[in-house]
Design a protein around this ligand. Structure first.
Ligand code: PA5
Length: 461
């Protein structure tokens, strides 16, 4: 039988203790029930809970696999266009499960197209570089992803990509290489897809962007890269089964949500997700968005940060060891490495490292992790460890689902709606007013007044 991921929260003691856990248990169970029964705020966005189950059996999965395989075989380059939840899930899974230098490998070794991302920023330099890549290869596909279909960043990136593809292939051929992932009925992207005859995948109404990696949003790019979607979904399904476990000691999602909220109550309001595998860098980015956007509202929420160790032990290590004390860490421990090798022997030993010769890099990495855990614990940084048996599709599926479920529970424990993001609108409103978007005249006036009353002139000469 496959093992499951586990949460070791030993190193969070004495900042929390058994009596605090005991006293909090009823609240945690209540939050779990609210989530499972769908009686809390944001209950219209709970579709992610059943995704692994539905997707595993759906015809849509077959369609995703069919189109994904087509891209995998025919494309030299796939450009994924999207931002936030319409980008980070796919990016996280691709980075976690692909060769570290995937895009640099030969086509044969890669076993899939090069994959680039666009529309996750408004940088002209970034987009120009992506557009240049289109000239270098024969077959380019674009997957434009936006649930609302109205988001500025992917919207304006897609304008340039569409025009470039139409110049390269002609309108009719370009339309065959553009795939949209959007709402079933609403939004400009839906209208565009209908008008241009693009193939389209639907993002379910009841799944919010940052919970959508197990919909076509994440699955189409993932399958296009040659990764088996079914294994990811099986892992998620397994996590959804043990996520229903009422005994919290057997339920990693509930345990994780409970411990981080107890640490928050103890004054630890910043959580740093730590990894020792560079492949998990973008997983942390996905996690930061999931929790940051879900919990940071109404003056509440744990601030989410991340580091890649041991790399960042040489940049942020000092601060974590010795700076202000309001942080806790959650360490992702991949138990078995994907591949490994031994440190070479050099009898001259000028660097004094011969004592490491013959040891595997994984041995050393694990010792670095253990040493860091103890050092940071001594430095008064509480630590949770998430043990992941291996970094493969199955366990990544478990981890994704576990974090999504824990995010729902944690949001309810905090007393916020974890499934909305009203704060994201503020910058958009101002940006549109500054760009004189039709209809934003009143907002522009208001903004001009606000800007006039903002502090100014404090600038170096
Ligand atoms: O989690 C969310 O809802 C957001 O991060 C969205 O995914 C992001 O804003 C992109 O939205 P859309 O898919 O509508 O373009």
């Amino acid at each position: 039988m496959d093992k499951k991921i586990s949460i070791d929260y030993s190193y969070t003691y004495p900042y929390i203790d058994d009596s605090k856990i005991e006293n909090y248990m009823d609240e945690v169970k209540k939050a779990m029930n609210t989530l499972w029964k769908g009686t809390g705020s944001g209950a219209d966005f709970l579709g992610w809970r059943e995704l692994p189950n539905e997707r595993l059996q759906s015809q849509e999965l077959s369609k995703i696999i069919e189109v994904g395989n087509e891209i995998n075989e025919k494309a030299d380059l796939l450009i994924c266009v999207g931002i936030g939840g319409s980008y980070l899930g796919a990016k996280a899974v691709l980075e976690a499960l692909s060769h570290p230098f995937y895009n640099y490998l030969s086509k044969n070794d890669r076993k899939g197209p090069k994959i680039l991302f666009a529309g996750q920023n408004i940088s002209g330099s970034w987009l120009s570089a992506v557009l240049d890549e289109i000239d270098k290869v024969d077959s380019v596909y674009v997957n434009v992803i936006s649930k609302s279909g109205t988001t500025t960043e992917p919207g304006i990136a897609f304008r340039s990509l569409k025009s470039k593809l139409e110049k390269k292939y002609g309108k009719i051929e370009a339309a065959k290489k553009i795939i949209t992932t959007t709402d079933a009925k609403k939004g400009a992207l839906r209208t565009l897809a209908n008008n241009e005859g693009y193939r389209t995948f639907i993002i379910p109404d009841d799944v919010g962007g940052r919970f959508s990696v197990l919909t076509p949003v994440g699955l189409l790019p993932i399958v296009s890269a040659g990764i088996e979607a079914s294994k990811l979904l099986k892992g998620a399904l397994e996590a959804s089964i043990y996520g229903k476990e009422e005994d919290i000691s057997k339920n990693p999602a509930a345990t994780y949500a409970m411990i981080r909220n107890l640490l928050l109550k103890a004054g630890y309001h910043t959580e740093i997700l730590v990894n020792y595998e560079p492949a998990l860098h973008y997983f942390s980015e996905w996690w930061k968005q999931l929790y940051g956007e879900s919990e940071g509202k109404n003056g509440k929420g744990i601030f989410t940060a991340s580091v890649d160790f041991t790399t960042d032990l040489h940049s942020m290590g000092q601060w974590i060891q010795d700076g202000q004390r309001f942080i806790f860490e959650t360490t992702l421990n991949v138990v078995a490495p994907i591949s490994d090798l031994k440190v070479a022997s050099d009898k001259e030993d000028l660097d004094g490292m011969e004592f490491l010769a013959g040891k595997t890099y994984e041995d050393i990495n694990k010792k670095a992790m253990q040493g860091t855990l103890v050092a940071h614990y001594e430095g008064k940084v509480p630590n949770m460890i998430i043990n992941i048996p291996e970094l493969n599709s199955y366990y990544l599926g478990q981890l994704i689902y576990m974090f999504e479920q824990a995010c729902g529970i944690s949001g309810y424990l905090l007393g916020v709606n974890p499934f909305d993001q009203p704060g994201v609108e503020a910058y958009k409103k101002n940006m549109f007013a500054l760009l004189n978007k039709p209809g934003s005249e009143d907002a522009k006036k208001l903004l001009d007044e606000k800007m006039a009353s903002m502090p100014s002139g404090k600038i170096t000469k």
